[in-house]
Each structure stands twice: as C-alpha cells, then as structure tokens.
Design a protein around this ligand. Structure first.
Ligand SMILES: [Zn+2]
Ligand SMILES: [Zn+2]
Length: 214
C-alpha cells in the first residue's frame, strides 16, 4: 500500500494522548481558524460563505476569539452585523412575517468533513501492520468515534478486532480507576500514584471524546 502524508498524520495522532480522531479534528480545526483569520479574511469568496452561514456557533466563535486577532474578527463581524441588520429590516418590512435566520456554522461543517475523512482513512489503514501496532498501544478511540468507525466499516474482521482491542482498553482503564480509588484510602496513600493518576480524566475522554469536538 502506498503511504501518503495523511497516513503519517494519522499514525502520529496515535502517539498523542487520547482519541486520535478527536485529536486530528482539533488540530485541523485549529489550522483552519488560523488560516481564516490570517490569510482568508480578505478573500471575497470566503467572506461570502461566512455571511451566508450567518457566522459561527458559540463554541467556534469563542475559539476564534482566543486567537486575539481583533482586526480579522472585526472585519468578519462587521460583515455579519450588516447581514443581521438587513435580516431585521426584512422582518420589519414583512410586518412580522417569518424571515429565516438560521445559523449554519462553517467550522462545524468543515469539522464534520474532517471527521468523515479520518474515519474512512482509519478503516482503510487498519490492516497495515505498523498502523495496527501503534493503535494497539494507543489510547484507542473515544466511544462516539468507535461507534462511527464500526458503523462505517464493512469488513467483519476489522470490526471484531476493534471490539476486542477496545474491550481490553476499557478493562485496563476500569482497573486503573479502581487502583486510583484504592490509593485515595489513607492506608495506601504512601504508595504514591502511578499512571492511574489521571485515569478519571481519560475515562471522561473515553466516553465522550475530547472537549468541544461534539
Ligand atoms: Zn474521538
Ligand atoms: Zn461551529
């Protein structure tokens, strides 16, 4: 199998903490927002798309704010305020009749595309030995991405193997939680914490994915 750059991107994501698909969505979305602010803010087509979608959802608006690019955002938001002002005008003109104001966040849509792409690549590369070995020693998938992968996968053997690997990972994590609880007891606290220290945080990620991905 010819290995593309994207294969290595996915492989690297397996070495990161937590769900690799969540990680890739976050890092791609971060890059997307960076490009939007620093390169595309003067791109007429992109500005048009942003206006048509009426801006960004709450999560992505506040993530954009963290880039602290006042100029870029002031340009985008001036556009958006104009659109909203005209919508209100339209509403008044129609004497209160229905005017569509439906937000369709551009970044959410792009994040969905990124997610779909990596889910299908994950399935495509799963039988590659290097890939599989790295997956076996990784965090595994978060539950929402595990379900999405299973739903999109047509290969029975891959599904069975994924079930097996994820069951082992869940059992290991469950054991770590147990160990964490045991060490909370003053009689054992002198033992000090090992890698179970943050098991309760990893358990949250296991069940729901990374913060802000869903
Ligand atoms: Zn995930
Ligand atoms: Zn969004």
């Amino acid at each position: 199998m010819e290995k593309h750059q994207i294969y290595f991107e996915l492989l690297d994501a397996l070495k990161e903490r937590g769900c690799p698909i969540c990680f890739l969505i976050n890092s791609r979305v971060h890059k997307l927002m960076e490009n939007l602010l620093y390169e595309n803010v003067n791109d007429i087509e992109i500005r048009k798309k942003i206006k048509e979608s009426l801006g960004f959802c709450n999560l992505h608006s506040w993530q954009l704010k963290k880039f602290a690019d006042g100029l870029g955002l002031s340009i985008i938001y001036e556009d958006l305020l104009n659109v909203i002002k005209n919508k209100i005008k339209e509403f008044l003109g129609k004497k209160g009749k229905k005017v569509e104001i439906g937000l369709n966040c551009l970044i959410c849509r792009e994040a969905k595309n990124i997610e779909r792409r990596f889910i299908s690549l994950f399935i495509e590369y799963f039988n590659d030995i290097e890939f599989k070995n790295n997956f076996k020693s990784s965090f595994g998938l978060c539950l929402p991405h595990f379900i999405s992968v299973i739903k999109s996968c047509k290969d029975k053997n891959v599904i069975v193997e994924l079930y097996r690997i994820e069951t082992e990972k869940i059992e290991l994590l469950r054991h770590e939680l147990n160990e964490f609880q045991r060490k909370q007891d003053y009689r054992f606290s002198a033992e000090g914490y090992g890698k179970e220290k943050d098991s309760w945080i990893r358990a949250i990620e296991k069940l729901t994915g990374k913060e802000g991905v869903f």
